[in-house]
Design a protein around this ligand. Structure first.
Ligand code: NAP
Length: 310
């Protein structure tokens, strides 16, 4: 079979750090073009925009949309209309409702729409899901705290409506949680801290639950300096389980079950190639729905203005 010819759209931080090396390393995929207004890659054909790519760029089978969420729906619709398979970076949209029409368009066009959740491809996530399958979970505590100045320097879009603020990383925790627990979850309360000069939260405290009243607490914070935390602690009838380092490590009590280097994007591209070959799409909106519900239910507090040092 011919390799899947992929164009990256939006050559920013995640495209450079992860998509480029992952495509290059994936059997059955080839990086054919980059569409980015202000960036290019040596040795890879370049156009400025998706429109240019579709009109006059090198032929491609698929696009990987690595742009901010606020512009992705229109780009995905355009690419699907042009007969391209589409990979969406997370979150799949700036709203929940805008994604379904894309899935309908993909089905009508016979193309693949893959709404990625990269954290679900962290090495300890599937082992955690299998481990928990045989246990009763009695409480969950999430701590997802990072320094926005380190991880998102100068990214204005993250603070704009639809940019999600601290939920941009926080949704990764929710994507893991909704994978390792089989039952539907919902938000029961949310406290959102908005900097006085920004349109998205810098911190959030969430409570979630399930139909049986499972207590789930999540602390998300963009103001973390020093050690960063991307951890999910679960109390179970078989003892404590901790998924840490963003899903790279799994421990039960004192025993370390998984401690592996992260390789999430290789997994994403293997899945994309397989989905295209099978003629299928993969779109799970559960994590985005939880974030939308947190915004809907959330009590908003105004906190001190945030100044990006960069
Ligand atoms: P980024 O560094 O700001 O890169 C996004 C790129 O998209 C920009 O470099 C820009 O390239 C293009 N772009 C920006 N605004 C645009 C607009 N209005 N219209 C068209 N193109 C635009 O952001 P990022 O960190 O890579 O994040 C992109 C997405 O990946 C986000 O949804 C984020 O949640 C997700 N993600 C990020 C990370 C991370 O660690 N940073 C990790 C996982 C997932 P040009 O100006 O050259 O067009």
């Amino acid at each position: 079979m011919n390799p899947l010819r992929i164009a990256i759209v939006g050559l920013g931080k995640i495209a450079r750090d992860q998509h480029v090396p992952a495509i290059v390393a994936t059997e059955g995929a080839v990086l054919t073009a980059v569409a980015s207004r202000n960036a290019s890659l040596a040795g890879v054909p370049h156009v400025a925009t998706l429109e240019d790519l579709l009109r006059a760029g090198p032929p491609v089978d698929a696009v990987a949309l690595c742009t901010p969420p606020q512009v992705r729906r229109a780009q995905a619709a355009m690419a699907l209309a042009a007969g391209k398979h589409v990979m969406l970076e997370k979150p799949p949209g700036a709203t929940v409702g805008e994604v379904k029409p894309l899935l309908t368009a993909a089905a009508a066009a016979g193309r693949t729409l893959f709404a990625t959740w990269h954290s679900r491809f962290a090495p300890a996530v599937e082992p955690a899901r299998r481990l928990l399958d045989g246990r009763r979970v009695t409480a969950v505590r999430i701590s997802w705290k990072e320094d926005v100045r380190v991880w998102h320097p100068g990214q204005a879009w993250i603070w704009q409506p639809g940019g999600l603020g601290v939920f941009d990383p926080g949704i990764n925790a929710l994507s893991i949680l909704t994978r390792i627990l089989p039952q539907p979850l919902f938000v029961t309360s949310a406290d959102l801290a908005f900097p006085a000069n920004r349109d998205a939260p810098i911190a959030a405290s969430l409570s979630l639950s399930d139909a049986k009243g499972l207590p789930i607490d999540a602390e998300l914070d963009f103001r973390q300096t020093g050690p960063q935390s991307w951890d999910i602690h679960l109390d179970t009838d078989g003892g404590p389980v901790t998924l840490s380092s963003g899903g790279a490590r799994l421990t039960t009590g004192a025993e370390q079950l998984v401690d592996a280097p992260e390789d999430e994007y290789a997994g994403l591209y293997r899945r994309f190639v397989a989905l295209v070959a099978a003629g299928e799409s993969d779109v799970d909106l559960a994590p985005l729905q939880l974030v939308a519900d947190a915004f809907m239910l959330g009590r908003r507090r105004t906190v001190e203005p945030f100044e990006d040092a960069t």
